[in-house]
Design a binder for this molecule. Sequence first.
Ligand SMILES: Cc1ncc(COP(=O)(O)O)c(C=O)c1O
Length: 484
Amino acid sequence: MEVALNNSQKFLSKIATNDGHGENSPYFDGWKAYDTNPYHPQNNPTGVIQMGLAENQLCFDLIQEWIEKHPEASICTPEGGFDFREIAIFQDYHGLPKFRMAIANFMSRVRGSRVRFDPNRIVMSGGATGAHETVAFCLANPGEAFLVPTPYYPGFDRDLRWRTGVELLPVVCGSWNNFKVSLAALEEAYEKAKESNIKVKGLLITNPSNPLGTFFDKETLKTLVTFVNDKNIHLICDEIYAGTVTKDNEFISIAEILEESPTICNHDLIHIVYSLSKDMGFPGFRVGIIYSYNDTVVSIARKMSSFGLVSTQTQHMIASMLSDDDFVENFINESRNRLANRHDLFTRELAQVGIGSLKSNAGLFFWMDLRRFLKDATFESEMTFWRIIINEIKLNVSPGSSFHCSEPGWFRVCFANMDDETVTIAVRRIKSFVLKNKLFEIKSKSKKQCWQNNLHLKLSSRRLEDIMSPQYSPLNSPLVRAQT
Ligand SMILES: Cc1ncc(COP(=O)(O)O)c(C=O)c1O
């Protein structure tokens, strides 16, 4: 994209001055809206509640308890100070052997111990963000492309494209089949690229999906693997939400497909991106992992990892924590339980006022369906409604367009970055907005019957145009006024 350059920018590189970071998308705009008016129960009770951040803060009590019990895991305590010297001078880009071993075991444990990972294939990076860029550098040249099913995590546009010059091409998925990736859609995207003379080097999937909160079934994974094998292109599987699958469901990793059906494809084509940002809730530690089945990619990625190593202090602590099998077992189970409860609470409450969502069982979010509220099925209407949500309901949820969704009216709602009290307030705000604007009428015969009938809700005829009275115009919001 051509960007108008100011004087100081004219002396800089193309990468420094292009718009590849993507900071100007609505995804980041929502964060800015939150930053200017953040909700605080006492200091700013009418502020914006942050529901655009996929953070897992539901099990910090367990982490804190472990840290208090294990002062030796930190080199900054009297108990751990003895290791300070050894840890501080370690600089091998292979990483501490005990760290790689602990990560390999944890990755296996998170996948129900049905697969094993070789510690010698574990390559470090600065979060999954760094891992994706490294993989892109290893697999593709500038101008070459990866196919990505939509909707997808907006950060991919930055992580895989910005500094590498690689392109991302959408594989269009939609609500007609619950956003499942079909072979027809893959073939279509591949053919389109061919027609445009763009060389496709791989397929990038997020399993479980951000923003959908769903994960791939075995059949679909086999279809994808067969597809990449037939085309002789790579498959990058972002599995950073593997441990968020709710309690009664079993996540299926690409590793499981390879172990179960070793001859299904050329293993050199398969690469997993992982991190501790979501499953453990440690985005600040920047622990990212590249796990490739391709020896050359392991070797090259390891050399490249010099640009984004995980500090040895963090490796040391993580190695201790993740080697504690009882802790890990308890943490994973408890985290999955708490996420399931939070997910169910949120979606159930919204269903009471007729707000539906895609059926999901993973992730730190759900995919809310507000298509019925839009004036018309356009992304302009989606943005108008999104501004109402930010400025009037005061919730920062993320619009589907920022995830390259092909259908207007879907929004991602994050639910694991807040405490129970904030959840109550968020739900109350949504419900009262819907009821106040008569977007729904509850046809209640008797309260009991209502519950029995799974809450019979009637969509009233009021839509977006009705709530665009001056009182509700986002244009009246100080925030929008400030932005325009
Ligand atoms: C699908 C996906 N991949 C990668 C990332 C980046 O993760 P990290 O914090 O480990 O860099 C995110 C963060 O939200 C994500 O959702």
